[in-house]
Design a binder for this molecule. Structure first.
Ligand code: VTB
Length: 325
């Protein structure tokens, strides 16, 4: 048995996880900048699935490529791993930011989180309102229900800088027009991203390197759970609320065990227990370099971490067995 009640997930799995995102990232990177989102995503899915099936786990995908009828692989409920070893829940996104990969723009990632059974929010693939900041601030400093101007002002004060030195990351979507206006009215800067809010949220944890202090806005709920898993490991704060605004979404959420449609989830409620998280850069980004193809090797850059120890490792790998890649 690889788990023990006191230590949560086996630490060996942390390093095993790196291969899973590395393989997915390399497969997607071969299709960077080709304008074909579907092909890049499919390549990442295939590669992640085959590597995942080598892991000594009895894994169940709880955040995946979609529900079974729409996703033939890595669908929600799919059993993955060798079938020997601990039972775990898995959240994954083999290519987070398909459009940015297809356009070869920054910050697309291959991402996975492994958690103790029952500890990840089983979110339907709908929108989630999100707010996140990095570590080192008092609990509850920002609040998803507070006006953006208040959150930005509180963050600036806590950081000890004028509001004009705060940068918010927001997905560039028409639905965010009012939010963008409200943030700009404070004097804060906005980094508008085309896709990839898992990276956007992780970037709040290292404002010195990324220039991003706060993430605000509405993106995918599955990406929200993945980001919460990452922040559980690095530190930081996040809140999320599912946008359950139709009867159909309410029914879907209820089937997944969600009974309170207006609930604000804390980071710990989205990803509790022991969580392992890994992300490999596909395209170059502000925290992770993208995959580099050389004559005789392929280089990858991965961040891998574990919530129970809060260890954050960066692994730069040079792969020379090119037949595998
Ligand atoms: C975001 C973004 C993802 O979905 O979650 C977004 O981070 C939300 O959906 O990379 P819309 O595109 O409909 O705004 C993605 O773009 C993935 O599809």
């Amino acid at each position: 048995m690889l788990t023990s009640a006191s230590s949560g997930l086996d630490r060996i799995l942390t390093l095993e996880l790196v291969r899973v995102t590395e393989r997915a990232a390399v497969a997607a990177a071969r299709l960077r900048g080709r304008g074909d989102e579907k092909a890049a995503d499919q390549a990442a899915v295939d590669a992640m699935r085959s590597e995942l099936n080598r892991l000594p786990i009895q894994g169940t995908v709880v955040i995946g490529e979609g529900e079974r009828d729409e996703a033939p692989m890595l669908y929600i409920g799919e059993e993955v791993g060798t079938g020997e070893g601990p039972g775990v829940d898995i959240a994954l996104d083999p290519l987070e930011g398909t459009t940015i990969c297809a356009k070869n723009l920054p910050n697309s990632l291959a991402v996975i989180a492994i958690a103790e059974k029952g500890s990840l929010l089983n979110a339907p693939d709908i929108y989630m309102d999100k707010i996140a900041i990095g570590p080192g601030y008092a609990d509850g400093l920002v609040d998803i229900d507070a006006p953006p101007a208040d959150n930005i002002a509180r963050l600036a004060k806590a950081k000890g800088v004028p509001v004009g030195e705060i940068t918010a990351c927001i997905l560039d979507r028409p639905r965010h027009a009012r939010l963008i206006e409200a943030v700009r009215a404070t004097g804060a800067a906005i980094q508008l991203i085309g896709d990839g809010d898992v990276a956007g949220i992780i970037h709040t944890t290292e404002p010195g390197a990324t220039g991003i202090d706060i993430y605000i806005g509405t993106g995918g709920a599955p990406e929200g759970v993945l980001a919460a898993a990452a922040l559980r490991c690095i530190g930081g704060q996040m809140q999320g609320r599912l946008q359950i605004n139709t009867e159909e979404k309410r029914a879907r959420a209820e089937r997944m065990g969600i009974s309170d449609p207006g609930k604000v989830y804390s980071m710990e409620e989205m990803a509790s227990g022991d969580v392992l998280f890994a992300a490999t850069g596909v395209t170059d980004g502000s925290l992770l370099a993208g995959v580099k193809f050389g004559r005789d090797s392929v280089q990858t850059h991965t961040i891998v971490m574990r919530s129970s120890s809060r260890t954050v490792r960066e692994i730069k790998a040079r792969h020379q067995d090119l037949e595998k890649f």
